[in-house]
Design a protein around this ligand. Structure first.
Ligand SMILES: [Zn+2]
Length: 298
């Protein structure tokens, strides 16, 4: 089966400034690579409505992003920088994620969203870590509204998704499993942060054999799905855990993302999987990681 990959052209216009690692070249590389992939159908989605974001973010925070962008941009928080097109990029990216979510929630199969900026560091009322809108939690709420109550979020970005954890840690209907470098940015993600028993953190040091990271995240997924069958799976799919990434020290290769994806499909054979782009700061490596994951969804 061909896998739909949803995207939005505004995602390419967000510009956090020269020298910033979260560049449009990242998404350009991914889209160029996916255009050569026979298993992929690229689709342009509509931008998200503000109403789709308000289950996660207060209106006042969203208005701040919109107004700062209209004024030409500026630093929202430290290295989380807006340009004139950042609000449109946030809505475009969230829209692609929602289109992928709707595809999955309607029982049409797996999907992927090729987007930027990333989302898993964004808190309800505060952007950080290059993230403006917490796309994966927006998607989880949309899936729940469509009747898919039990949501599993897997986060294999090299950084802990502090925003995602903060947004779901009191909600037993969502389980969150994260493999991440630790201690490392953003500082959260210790194994004893368990939420209401729904948080499964797998913190690991850098430079270990890839097989250790692969096996340990998988063990976390198995633990999270013990006697608990999700209705949908979201993957906060960062690819900065690959060897050589400038913002991480893990050692993964493209085939490891296919390995996890294939194992997931075997483990949860009737559950739709939606991947969405998070980090990954070596554009060609990011593109190869995405292609490997998406091919395994086909
Ligand atoms: Zn990251």
């Amino acid at each position: 089966m061909r896998v739909p990959v949803f995207t939005h052209p505004s995602c390419l216009k967000h510009d956090p400034g020269s020298g910033h690692p979260e560049t449009s070249a990242r998404l350009q590389a991914v889209l160029s690579r996916l255009r050569t992939e026979p298993a992929v159908t690229l689709r342009e989605s509509a931008p998200a409505s503000i109403a789709a974001l308000t289950p996660v973010h207060p209106d006042s925070y969203l208005a701040t992003i919109e107004e700062m962008s209209e004024r030409g941009g500026g630093a929202l928080f430290l290295d989380t920088v807006l340009s004139r097109d950042s609000w449109d990029a946030a809505l475009g990216g969230a829209g692609a994620v929602l289109a992928a979510t709707d595809h999955a929630a309607e029982g049409k199969g797996h999907a992927f969203a090729a987007i930027r900026p990333p989302g898993h560091h964004a808190l309800a009322g505060k952007g950080m870590g290059f993230c403006l809108v917490n796309n994966v939690v927006v998607a989880a709420r949309r899936a729940q509204a469509a009747g898919r109550q039990r949501v599993l979020i897997i986060d294999w970005d090299v950084h802990h998704g502090n925003g995602t954890q903060a947004l779901v840690e009191t909600d037993p209907s969502i389980r969150y499993v994260s493999l991440h470098q630790y201690p490392w940015y953003p500082g959260t993600g210790a194994a004893d942060e368990r939420g209401v028993g729904n948080i499964f953190n797998v913190p690991r040091g850098p430079g270990k054999p890839a097989s250790l990271y692969v096996g340990d995240l998988w063990a976390g997924i198995v633990a999270a799905t013990m006697n608990w069958a999700p209705d949908v799976v979201f993957i906060s799919a960062g690819f900065d855990a690959m060897k050589g990434d400038p913002l991480g020290g893990f050692t993964l290769e493209p085939e490891h993302y296919a390995d996890w994806t294939t194992r997931l499909r075997t483990h949860l054979p009737s559950t739709p999987i939606v991947g969405l782009m998070e980090g990954g700061y070596a554009p060609q490596r990011l593109a190869e990681g995405v292609a490997s994951h998406v091919r395994a969804l086909a």
